[in-house]
Design a protein around this ligand. Sequence first.
Ligand SMILES: Cc1cc2nc3c(=O)[nH]c(=O)nc-3n(C[C@H](O)[C@H](O)[C@H](O)COP(=O)(O)OP(=O)(O)OC[C@H]3O[C@@H](n4cnc5c(N)ncnc54)[C@H](O)[C@@H]3O)c2cc1C
Length: 381
Amino acid sequence: MRILIVGGGMAGWTLAGLLRRRGITPTIVERVGEYSRVGFWIGLYPFSANTLRETGGYDRYAKGSLAQEHYVMRDSEGHDLQDMSFAEVLGRIHGFMGGLQRADLLDILRDGGAGADLRMGMTVTALEQSDDVVQVTFSDGSTGEFDVVLACDGIHSATRTLLTGDAREGLTDWGYTAFTWWAPRQDAVANNCVEFWGAGGLFGLYPLADRINAIAGMPTPKGLSDMTQEQIVTAVREHFADYPEPVRTALAHAADDTVFPWAMVDHKAKEWIHGRVALVGDAATGFLPTAGVGASNAIKSAAVLADELGRADAATIPLALRLWEQRTRDRVEANQAASRTLAKMMFVKGHTVAKVRDTMLKHYPVEKVAKDVLHSNTHAW
Ligand SMILES: Cc1cc2nc3c(=O)[nH]c(=O)nc-3n(C[C@H](O)[C@H](O)[C@H](O)COP(=O)(O)OP(=O)(O)OC[C@H]3O[C@@H](n4cnc5c(N)ncnc54)[C@H](O)[C@@H]3O)c2cc1C
């Protein structure tokens, strides 16, 4: 089977690794000429991490990630709202929530896909398909013929735009930006994901073994694209000035690193499958980071797709794509819905509404909001 993967990210390399193990050598085109280490904390749930057992990187993942112990929610004054033990909710299935740097996870997945026909610094500029084949034109002017094209080129997928003609289709801008940077570890955070939910702001601290990823979510400042790093750091510090420790210490370290503005945008494609071209991972359903489940869904969804493609031949690929969509779409979209519900709860603006939310949160366990995410670990895909 001639398989083209567009985009060498989480989904693309998962597919490459699993297809290689099924005797298929896919072609991958990746837009960047060289991978950077840009990226922060990624959480991986067991339903997705288990895929690494098959691609060969699980031990590296288990040693290189930090098992997150508790998910702790506080209000903006530091009062406890909730405390969920990951060991309690995931331990039953002998799994853990691993936190690691995105670049390290990508390294593990890339090693698993070694041997794929990789073309860096390249993308797809045109697609034309018949019932049996997809003709592809690449950015260097070369062409190729494939039995299937898997668009794994992320939330702003250019392949999707080639198919739909609409670069904005399915994208939702939530009006918030998460400013993120690395800060030193703090005893008050330990091995826990600690979040402070305020009015018009959320401050999260997500630990690795040697540092913490600080994320300051706030309404996108006007003129953000013209702001200097210094202005960004000042705006973030002012927004969270009244928050307690350990937020203050993390804020004090904001100027030590480049503060990266991460637009809170998600995406929901109308169609996942266009003939012999499928949208996979964020290209199909792109997540807000609020439930920490985007990478997990991309990897798991890619794993199910490799499974179905492994049982197909060139003629039956359209059936394999349909079976994959049937196995994954509802679950992925339910997880996206959970991320959106959490976002609506996090991103409330007024202090009165925030107080009502905080009171409710003391009695409404976050496990209920995230029940589909947790079910993803224990229910069939
Ligand atoms: C640089 C980067 C840093 C990130 N940092 C974080 C983070 O810190 N925490 C977090 O939770 N999530 C992060 N994400 C998002 C997270 O990795 C994805 O949401 C999730 O893993 C979904 O995986 P995916 O494979 O669908 O997309 P991605 O992992 O985003 O991979 C898409 C890949 O496609 C490539 N690509 C894009 N356009 C084209 C094109 N036209 N042609 C060819 N290739 C193309 C990209 O360079 C990238 O390698 C980051 C994504 C990127 C790209």
